[in-house]
Ligand binder design. Sequence first.
Ligand code: EPU
Length: 344
Amino acid sequence: MLVEKNVPLQDCNTFHIVAKAHTLVRVGSEGDLLALIGDPELAALPKFVLGGGSNIVLTGDVKPLVLKVEVMGKQLLRENAKGWVVEAGAGESWHGLVAWTLDQGYPGLENLAMIPGTVGAAPVQNIGAYGVELQDRFESLDAVDLQTGRRMTLDAAQCRFGYRDSVFKQSPDDGPGLRDRVLITRVRFFLPKPWKPVLGYAELDRRMAQSGLDKPCARSIFDGVCAIRSAKLPDPAVLGNAGSFFKNPTVTLEQCADIIQREPRIVHYRMADGAVKLAAGWLIEACGWKGKSVGNAAVYERQALVLVNRGQATGGEVMTLARAIQTSVYERFGILLEPEPVVV
Ligand code: EPU
């Protein structure tokens, strides 16, 4: 086990914010983790688990011990008439896994193509796009308790998935939350047979119709999703960002009717449970934020839900911009936007 000191984290977070880890340990296996927990000095330190850094805002150097997850490997565990079960190490690239499953002939993750980050981070915020959420393809995961070293396997119910939420984001102070308590080592996915395309997201349907195929295959959906994302979302390798910065808020039908009276053009969707989801990007754009900046932190011109780093933005600048957006959306619409990334 190699303990590194003063490690630059600029390339370990997709916002490319400059910050350092005071102490960092790379976790390549459960064995590494157990060795760390067995070391009295390291075991006593507060810990921060770092995956692909695609959903964090670093507001300074990280004082807790940074555990950089590098557990690798992808394999088909079993296949039967109902589907395929695929397992991947938490350190694998999420998009790499999606592409690999398609190459191997195990379709089902194609709507989730091109989401930045690692496999281990995917369940933490229950990633979702174009009508599919991670929980729809989830089988189980393995994790290790960072205090006791106890290994555990959690099923979907135990992960308590919600919209961009899970038990891994919830605080232990408010119930069964596991935030900062465990490190996810491996995730298993269930990809059902027969494969069926998930369409119904207007932009994807339009693109599929343009492609001229009567029946889209998993590969054509993958290509369509990649094309839509490339056109609308900045590539973190080129322009630092953490994807959608705010969650799309939900309101009751009555609240929505009240807002529509004042703002007839507001973009909204009815959900299965009767509540209404509002497009946060629309709310932010309506408040005039597209393209605006605070220092080097800016609102992306092509998608107002994404904040970007135009140069050497600090986490403080990103959060000042985020708070200014929250205030103006609240003042105009009475809705408090909730940030999606974890602020460190
Ligand atoms: N819109 C605007 N202005 C904007 C942005 C959006 O008016 O600047 C309106 C448009 O009318 C558009 C609607 O908002 O039709 C929805 O926009 P979009 O289809 O781009 O989706 P989104 O709600 O902005 C969500 C997810 C994305 C995911 C897409 C596709 C959240 C917070 N974001 O974005 O996830 O890729 O749907 O399913 O739920 C992420 O979480 O990092 C992420 C990128």
